[in-house]
Design a protein around this ligand. Sequence first.
Ligand code: GLV
Ligand code: MN
Ligand code: MN
Length: 415
Amino acid sequence: MNIDSDRLWRSISALAEVGAYTDEATGLVGVNRLALTDADRDGRRLVKKWFEEAGLDVRVDRIGNVIGRRAGKEDVAPVMSGSHIDSVPTGGAFDGALGVLGALEVVRALNDRGLATRRPIEIGFFTDEEGARFGTDMLGSATAVGRLALDDALALTDRDDLTVGGELERIGFKGDAPERLAPPHAYVEVHIEQGPILAANGRDLGVVTGVQAISWQEVTIVGKSAHAGTTPMSLRRDAGLAAARINLHLMEMIQSGKYGGDMRATMGQIDVAPNRVNIVPSRVVCTVDLRNPYDDLMTKAERDLAAFLEHLAAQMGVEITARQTARTASVEFAGRIVDLLERNMTAADLNHERILSGAGHDAQELASLCPTAMIFVPGLYDGISHNPRELSTQEACANGVSMLYEALVALADEP
Ligand code: GLV
Ligand code: MN
Ligand code: MN
């Protein structure tokens, strides 16, 4: 094999110990490396050290992205790969980490062979891909490609009003390299699928053709707190009930079929105040996550939801405001890279299919700068992810990284 499967697996296992926690309900060991926490800092230090030990010239940019460069025979646009090492608070060992450590394994394998490529190869990990702490996903990569302004990104706050900029300083990862990336020659990222399709179809790997549109909103509902025993139902302005009705409405939108068969909607966060058994809730802050492969259907869903919120506020006598915290259009990856990946998988006798990504990825940001595509590795247990059960096999991961090796080497030798 072109890469060292055992070394890759050891790296994944070692990084998974950073931020490891035991899920009380299941007893499973998961990963909590929420962006810019102490655990993320420790993970960053470890992977940065591995980058340096692999002989890479490492830079940390002003949004905390860490990028290692392996020089090419010529000083031309590099071929890039990477992903993220932050996790959701209830994550697993593979989401993001596979892409970063897979890219590192490619560099290590090239070093073992003493192989030089024409183009430089740059590998990296981007800050807060998950968005689970500061509310905006793909934060580092979106800033690197210029979709988000640096100052806006640094000013984002978490639930405790701590800023991205302040937390980067605190953990020692506020670098001084310019955050804007010059367009690479190409970008390829390997990632676990995080879904059930590849395993169900008996595939070794997936070739990702693009990423669906993502829309995140934070919805604030202000009603009036009141005594649960004495306040007649007709006189209430119950923010909790309004949140429940919004959540139900999302399900009705899906069931209507008006937004296509693949639309998804989730109210993942609901903060109720005062949050007591005998008080009508006065205030709710909740989130809405919408996904749709089609931009026009996504826009229609957003518009219809806004109209519903207005109608509900008037009907229930509550105030409802919605703030968009993240929004990305659907992204189509480069046909030429998709074709290259497919050809390589066929040549390696790896069973594969084309697949659209349901999750957001750093690759979708890089796609605005250069020809980009991704490789998906199937997971176990229906590909469950954002969950401590997230699991893949050494063989599946090695297959994905082996195809990453082939792609990066071919692209790095292009004129
Ligand atoms: C990123 O993991 C997402 O929410 O898709
Ligand atoms: Mn990820
Ligand atoms: Mn994720």
